[in-house]
Ligand binder design. Structure first.
Ligand code: FAD
Length: 615
């Protein structure tokens, strides 16, 4: 009988990345999921990336994960958000053709070496002598394994709400996952309820497109993946419209019928992705709320109205949607709904996404209290990587807040837990000047190569890229001009007689790489990507130098591990209240301890001195 190194349960965004990461490491991997045909399905909005989320996709890609390549194959409206702001907060995003996305993801998964897809409902996880020994399917099959990654998304005891109607489901038309909640409870884990919602889907042929505004794709789509040279999918426009006074009146008059406002749902929803009911109640009705009408595919005229997720009854949904300009005669293909599901308190997890109470069992995705495909994918890579390492007898590998948004995400989840579905923002990363979407490859691909996550093709392409980067950086640093020489090429500098090198000149806001080519023509030979990268890098160099000391201090604190069994009573100078909080939070390192509510510099110094003594 086959003994799998790793079994991943759930073929959603977290599960696909986890299975692929594990298989890339050479671990014998199985992906157990309800239906092969739903692998790669986007449960909610047909889009990948955005502010903060786009950074995660770039990082998953830098580790040779799937999401970036798949989004490039399916993207039908690429836009670089915040283009006018600095590169650190730019967010790559694309709308995706749902069918193309699913097909591209299935191609990746079905043809992956070391990876077997098994259809079935995982019902229980067998533990023998405190070690994971098998996954048990609802039909009685037993799949022996060494590690398990659980990525059940919104399926754990999922319940759909529309008005007062409740339907047990993992998402529309799919049964919930029931057995595994009991398994998790048996393991003594803290479960919570969260909720999220989705809008109605509209028949695009019944929309009056002349009555709505338009938003075009970028002229030159910027791919997510380092491996994609060019986007070949046709790019489309989407529509833009707004809610009206009449819309707000209907929603306000029927608010009690909304599942979310009738007291029927106990779970907490995402504050940053509010339903239209939330928007009316919390933000008022002033200018109307913007709605993007996003086509779901090139040969599918279904439209996703982004901005009006709801759990009002179907007839109320139809009534309020028809008060929106352009949608007066619209037909609804599928009504919107809210879904409530179980999640595990992520403080039950270590930084490798392994449960502290059950070694060998890893969790990733929505089950950890996050929301979004990108957050799920990022966790999937980390869980899959570490599940495979554990099965192979290696220690875990963790990412730092200083090197990646992946590190920020996992540190936030495991140290602070969640009170609402967690989504990524650039503001969550204190070192966002260095954690940019544009330099994700340089930050993470070397780690990925070291870990065995990165395939040969990418290794070679990355090698060529960094060689070029080093070469032209060195060339810039070696090329020097006096202010007088520079002025002969139209570059005005302080006439202080000092010679400056090309790299320093690039840091000036008004000096582009192109302008330097006039001074040193050999620089023009660099590939365009290299020119752009050096321009951004040099522009940030001065800030990054300033940040260096902070980054190093945090790195030191992150590596100062606090033993699991650490006895806080040993620290005589700590208040009882703080001891209680530290015991509850169980920080894994000094960096996490510093974030515990009520922690003071003096208390941290005491803790640090004791931890140092244990080294
Ligand atoms: P999922 O994509 O849900 O995948 C879970 C997979 O596990 C499924 O394939 C399922 O079949 C499988 N599975 C579950 N249990 C078992 C089992 N016992 N055995 C075998 N297979 C199993 N995100 C946003 O960013 N913004 C939003 O506004 C938003 N709204 C949403 C609205 C709705 C109604 C839903 C359903 C989701 C929404 N999402 C939203 C969330 C987004 O879909 C998820 O964050 C993302 O899909 C999570 O990925 P995942 O891999 O964790 O789980």
């Amino acid at each position: 009988m086959t003994i799998f190194d790793v079994i991943v349960i759930g073929g959603g965004h977290a599960g696909c990345e986890a299975a692929s990461a594990s298989a890339r490491l050479g671990a014998r991997t199985a992906l157990v999921t309800h239906k092969r045909e739903t692998i790669g399905i986007m449960s909610c909005n047909p889009a990948i990336g955005g502010l903060g989320k786009g950074h995660l996709v770039r990082e998953v890609d830098a580790l040779d994960g799937l999401m970036g390549r798949v989004a490039d194959a399916a993207g039908i409206q690429f836009r670089l958000l915040n283009r006018k702001k600095g590169p650190a907060v730019r967010g790559p995003r694309t709308q995706a053709d749902r069918k193309l996305y699913r097909q591209a993801m299935q191609r990746e998964i079905f043809h992956h070496s070391n990876l077997e897809v098994i259809e079935g409902d995982a019902f229980d996880i067998e533990v023998t002598e405190n070690e994971i020994s098998a996954v048990i399917l609802a039909d009685g099959r037993r799949l022996p394994c060494k590690s398990v990654v659980l990525t059940t998304g919104t399926f754990l005891r999922g319940m759909i709400h529309v008005g007062s109607e409740r339907t047990p489901a993992g998402r529309v038309g799919e049964a919930p996952s029931l057995g595994l909640s009991a398994t998790l409870q048996r393991l003594g884990l803290q479960l919570g309820r969260l909720k999220t919602g989705t809008p109605a889907r509209l028949d695009g042929s019944t929309i009056d497109w002349n009555a709505v505004g338009r938003q075009a794709a970028d002229d030159e789509p910027v791919p997510f993946s380092f491996m994609t040279d060019r986007i070949v999918t046709p790019q489309i426009e989407c529509g833009v419209t707004r809610t009206t006074d009449a819309t707000h009146r209907i929603i306000a008059d029927n608010i009690k019928k909304s599942a979310m406002y009738s007291g029927q749902i106990s779970g907490v929803g995402p504050r940053y992705c509010p339903s239209i009911e939330d928007k009316i109640v919390r933000f008022g009705e002033r200018d109307g709320h913007q709605i993007f009408l996003e086509p779901e595919g090139l040969d599918d005229d279904t439209v996703y109205p982004n901005g009006i997720s709801t759990s009002l009854p179907g007839d109320v949904q139809e009534a309020f949607i028809r008060t929106i300009p352009g949608l007066e005669n619209v037909e609804i293909r599928q009504i919107g709904y809210a879904i409530e599901y179980d999640h595990v308190d992520p403080r039950e997890l270590d930084l490798d996404l392994q449960l502290k109470k059950m070694p060998g069992l890893f969790l990733a995705g929505q089950i950890n209290g996050t929301t979004g495909y990108e957050e799920a994918a990022a966790q999937g890579v980390v869980a899959g990587l570490n599940a495979a390492r554990r099965a192979g007898g290696s220690t875990s590998y963790t990412f730092s807040r200083t090197d990646s948004y992946i590190g920020v995400l996992i540190d936030d989840l495991t140290s602070r837990g969640v009170t609402e579905p967690y989504r990524m923002f650039t503001s969550r990363a204190e070192y966002r000047l260095s954690l940019r979407a544009d330099n994700a490859d340089v930050r993470l691909t070397p780690q990925g190569i070291e870990l065995g996550l990165v395939g040969t093709e990418r290794q070679q392409k990355f090698g060529r890229y960094t060689a070029d980067l080093d070469r032209y950086r060195a060339q810039l640093k070696d090329s020097k001009v006096t202010p007088k020489e520079a002025s002969q090429h139209g570059i005005q500098l302080n006439q202080d007689g000092q010679r400056r090198n090309g790299y320093d000149l690039l840091a000036y806001p008004d000096i582009s790489y192109e302008r330097l080519e006039a001074v040193w023509p050999a620089l023009a030979e660099a590939p365009r990507a290299i020119k752009e990268a050096l321009e951004i890098e040099a522009g940030y160099a001065v800030y990054l130098d300033r940040q260096k000391a902070d980054v190093e201090a945090l790195r030191r604190d992150e590596t100062r591990l606090i033993p699991e069994s650490f006895d806080y009573d040993l620290i005589s100078g700590l208040s009882n209240e703080l001891k209680l909080k530290l015991r509850a939070a169980a920080p894994r390192n000094i960096a996490q301890a510093s974030k515990v509510d009520g922690m003071t510099p003096a208390a941290l110094a005491l803790l640090l001195s004791l931890v140092k003594k244990l080294d």
